[in-house]
Design a protein around this ligand. Structure first.
Ligand code: 13P
Length: 251
């Protein structure tokens, strides 16, 4: 069984003050969490160092995105080398908001994913179908294509995680049911196996309107190894509740 990961994606939210009060609250409860699961937060890039300093030791701190290039004249980008240099623990790649709003292609996401892994960063490759794609019955095809293209020329790597985030469930309050999510997670695991990756030991996280009141059902599914959480990770009480649920699943 894979280690359960509960990761928060703060997106473009939280000021320094909000970050400080979040950290104060989680610091006071941190010792109550099971050490069998992994917990992490990806804040805005400019807050990475502050979160690293203020968060409990052991909370993984990650980037929401990184460049497809190591260094050079790429204004506004963040290098995987610099993230590693700051001891950042992980990065997301291929989040659907990057794919949709910033037109990131599979090839571009593949270069980022490869570079991040080559630089020793734990990398969470995000995949997921739109509502139209689900309704036209192409979920499996879309997700498998994103996995295959995103992992092109990438060797099996223990630092790789996948997040299945159906676009129609992100920020909408519409969660995939545990059965719907499990079906796609099983397809993803099979695809990883077919591509020669360590399928059984690659954590596959679910994301899309995960909340303290629906996480338990999702984590009961055999192929769901954690959650990538947006809105509900912003409040310390909710994030702690999600972490508790993750810790219980591993107990
Ligand atoms: P919500 O949990 O707000 O739906 O966001 C999910 C997500 O996009 C995490 O990366």
């Amino acid at each position: 069984m894979c280690k359960i990961h509960i990761l928060g994606n703060w997106k473009m939210n939280h000021t320094q003050k909000e970050l400080a009060s979040f950290c104060e609250e989680i610091n006071s409860k941190w010792s109550e969490l099971s050490d069998k699961a992994a917990y992490g937060i990806a804040p805005q890039t400019l807050h990475l160092s502050t979160l690293k300093t203020k968060a409990p030791k052991g909370l993984l701190v990650g980037a929401q995105n990184c460049s497809d290039q190591e260094s050079g004249a790429y204004t506004g980008e963040t290098s995987a080398v610099a993230l590693k240099d700051l001891s950042i623990d992980f990065t997301l790649t291929g989040h659907s908001e990057r794919r949709q709003l910033y037109k990131e292609s599979d090839e571009f996401i593949n270069r980022k994913t490869k570079l991040a892994l080559e630089n020793g960063l734990t990398t969470v490759l995000c995949v997921g179908e739109t509502l139209d794609e689900r309704e036209s019955g192409s979920t499996a095809g879309v997700v498998c294509h994103q996995i295959e293209a995103g992992l092109k020329d990438i060797e099996p790597n223990k630092k790789l995680l996948i997040a299945y985030e159906p676009v129609w469930a992100i920020g909408t309050g519409k969660t995939a049911t545990p059965d719907m999510a499990q079906d796609v997670h099983a397809i993803i695991r099979q695809k990883l196996y077919d591509l020669g990756h360590d399928a059984a030991s690659t954590p596959i996280l679910y994301g899309g309107s995960v909340k303290p009141d629906n996480i338990e059902g999702l984590l009961e599914c055999p192929d769901i190894d954690g959650a990538l959480v947006g809105g509900a990770s912003l409040k310390a009480t909710d994030f702690l509740a999600l972490c508790r649920a993750g810790g219980m699943r591993n107990a």
